[in-house]
Design a protein around this ligand. Structure first.
Ligand code: HEM
Length: 388
């Protein structure tokens, strides 16, 4: 289902009708060769995502992969695996994404933003905001956290795009996994010899201690590198666009720490960049609402529909940065796979968004010139010319 051209920040209008009339219904995938269930309501989305009878194993028969010939996911891409395999990786990383660790990156993130903005405002504009700020900022921060040299950004950004694009072949996706994994493997080996204070070095220590294989360490690093920049980049771009459309609410970014945090939650809810939903396959027969999903059947949980469900959020189609229950959104998923990087994403958004409007009070987007990534699992602008 496609979005209305006139409302690129809103989900397709068909979702509202589905929530009302057929909240869990069949959809057609791969030219009709698969007919997974589509879950559209907030409550049902949480029910499915919290139930271990719905598996994340992408290679199980019935799993509704975006492309029919999707390659098998390496173990290090642990979002695509169930416990205990998933948990064994997630546990190694929990400390890395603790709020305290991430807070230490707030200052460097501010500096990175200032440098990027100084560079952008050196020219007269219009400038592509995606290329100048939205994409390099989270890329530089994740490079800092992982210990990956930023000079490799063209390489990892282009492969990351392939991993979440539904308009490419499974073969292209497999090649992207391979290339990212090979590069990270080389980096893990270097850091095993000369460790530094970064996440890839700590993965290298786990290899030295015999708790991880070199390839698994490399794939975990590659997964974090990709998950850590493509996502937040889209949220920065969309967040700026949404605020420019609602200039009367920009002051909420400056109303205090709690108000800023809430504003970011509301933007995450309203914009829900994981717009193609989360995929699962049933391991047992499970009844959700009025529907019995049989073992082996695929399920797509539409997060951007769930986050616009009026049973969960009053006036759900309205952006209200002061909304009292914004934090109940499922933009980061729900259950055991809920986004590990959310403290990092929140910190980046809370740092960048107020600064954009402080430094660029006259920021404008060229009307009608913004282009969006329609076939990417992470929705956002691909081109966003701005003046200031
Ligand atoms: C606004 C930005 C972000 C959004 C909206 C987002 C969204 C999500 C969602 C919806 C999931 C759940 C996947 C599932 O259940 O199948 C997820 C998982 C994950 N995210 Fe994020 N993410 C963001 C930023 C980040 C960042 C900055 C990182 C840092 C590396 C990250 C790392 C991860 C990881 C490692 C997982 C897998 C967790 C698991 O399976 O246990 N994400 N993310």
């Amino acid at each position: 289902m496609t979005r209305e051209e006139s409302a690129p920040l809103d989900p397709p209008t068909a979702y509202a009708r589905l929530r009302e009339e057929a909240p869990i219904s069949r959809v057609s995938l791969w030219g009709g060769r698969a007919t997974p269930w589509l879950v559209t309501r907030w409550e049902d989305a949480r029910t499915v995502l919290a139930n271990p009878a719905f598996s994340s194993e992408t290679s199980r028969p019935g799993y509704p992969n975006a492309v029919e010939d999707a390659p098998e996911m390496p173990p290090g891409y642990f979002f695509a695996h169930d416990d205990p395999a998933h948990d064994s990786f997630r546990r190694i990383l929990t400390r890395e994404f603790m709020v305290k660790r991430i807070e230490a990156l707030r200052e460097p993130t501010t500096k990175i933003f200032e440098q990027l903005l100084d560079k952008m405002t050196d020219s007269d504009g219009p400038v592509d905001f995606v290329e100048a700020i939205a994409l390099p900022l989270p890329s530089l921060v994740i490079c800092e956290l992982l210990g990956v040299p930023y000079e490799k950004h063209d390489f990892f950004q282009s492969h990351s795009k392939v991993l979440i694009d539904s308009a490419v072949t499974g073969e292209q996706k497999a090649a992207a996994h391979q290339a990212l994994g090979d590069y990270l493997e080389q980096l893990v080996e270097e850091k095993r010899r000369v460790p530094q204070d970064d996440l890839v070095s700590r993965l290298g220590e786990s290899v030295n201690a015999g708790t991880l294989s070199v390839r698994d360490a490399a794939d975990v690093g590659a997964f974090l590198l990709f998950a850590g920049h493509e996502t937040t980049a889209n949220m920065i771009g969309l967040g700026v666009l949404a605020l420019l459309e609602h200039p009367d609410q920009i002051h909420r970014l400056f109303a205090g720490k709690a108000e800023l945090a809430n504003a970011v939650e509301e933007l995450l809810r309203y914009l829900t960049i994981a717009h193609t939903g989360l995929n699962r396959v049933a391991l047992d027969d499970v009844t959700v609402g009025d529907v019995t999903i049989r073992a082996g059947e695929g399920v797509i949980i539409l997060l951007n529909s769930a986050n616009r469900d009026t049973d969960a959020f009053s006036d759900a189609d309205v952006l209200d940065l002061a909304r009292s229950n914004a934090r109940q959104h499922v933009a980061f998923g729900y259950g055991i796979h809920q986004c590990l990087g959310q403290p990092l994403a929140r910190m980046e958004l809370q740092t960048v968004l107020p600064q954009v409007f402080t430094r660029l009070p006259n920021l404008r987007v060229e009307p009608g010139a913004v282009r969006f990534k329609q076939t990417s699992a992470a929705y956002g602008p691909s081109f966003m010319p701005v003046t200031w």
